[in-house]
Design a protein around this ligand. Structure first.
Ligand code: IMP
Ligand code: MG
Length: 224
């Protein structure tokens, strides 16, 4: 495999910038939840990097738990219809729950998860997202209690964010070169399909907010 760094057009947030911002967010959460022990809930896999760093910077005791979801039949996440393929291990009734996300784009995934969690009657429920891309927001009522960075309408990888399962391990958050998206769109990876929607759709690849002219019209289903 080629050097993943060669596929990055620009670094948006360095490891140091991310670390500092994660500490800020952890400070805010620690103040707000003083004397309590919130349950941090994440969706596999993108938010895992952020979640684990966040917990290590918190001053309150926390528990973590995970869900996994997939889009129906490889359908675009724009439908907001996702299928739960792994539920939480613990009951959340009466608990203070924080949904920890890597990036909120249309907001449909977070909206679906919030409804699902809210139905279980937690004591409180808030969203913490490292990245917020408000430009393509469909669910406009989404309230974000903790937000790391607002990001532009570019396709990002690193620090958990992937493109077709690659680049998650990069310690920074960067913009993926348009050529990479274009090439990948022309040759779908083996194993892609309804059962494993591993390719994230680049923002702007469809819809009125289309920005990346070179982005493939259909790079596959997003990996939430
Ligand atoms: P949405 O808010 O329902 O549109 O979906 C958010 C999910 O889409 C995130 O959890 C990511 O998995 C994925 N996603 C959105 N934008 C990007 C990006 O720029 N890079 C990688 N994944 C992304
Ligand atoms: Mg994700």
């Amino acid at each position: 495999m080629a050097d993943p760094l060669a596929d990055i057009q620009e670094i948006l947030f360095t490891e140091e910038q991310i670390t500092r911002r994660v500490r800020d967010l952890a400070g805010a959460i620690s103040r707000d939840y003083a004397g309590r022990a919130p349950l941090l809930v994440s969706v596999l896999k993108g938010a895992v990097y952020f979640l684990t760093d966040l917990t290590r910077a918190l001053a309150v005791p926390v528990e973590i738990d995970f869900m996994a979801i997939t889009t129906y039949g490889g359908a675009k996440v724009q439908s907001g219809v996702v299928r739960l393929i792994k539920d939480l291990d613990v009951e959340i009734t009466g608990r203070d729950v924080v949904l920890v996300e890597d990036i909120i784009d249309t907001g449909l995934t977070a909206g679906y998860l919030l409804r699902l969690l809210q139905a279980r009657a937690p004591a409180s429920l808030r969203i913490c997202t490292l990245l917020d891309r408000p430009y393509r927001r469909i669910l406009e009522t989404l309230e974000i209690a903790y937000r790391g960075f607002e990001v532009p309408d570019r396709f990002l990888v690193g620090y958990g964010l992937d493109y077709r399962e690659r680049y998650r391990h990069l310690p920074f958050i960067g913009v993926l070169k348009n050529e990479v998206l274009a090439v990948a769109a022309a040759s779908p990876p083996a194993g892609s399909g309804a059962a494993s929607p591993s390719a994230a759709e680049p923002p702007g690849a469809s819809g009125p907010a289309a920005r990346a002219k070179d982005a493939p019209p259909d790079a596959g289903a997003p990996d939430p």
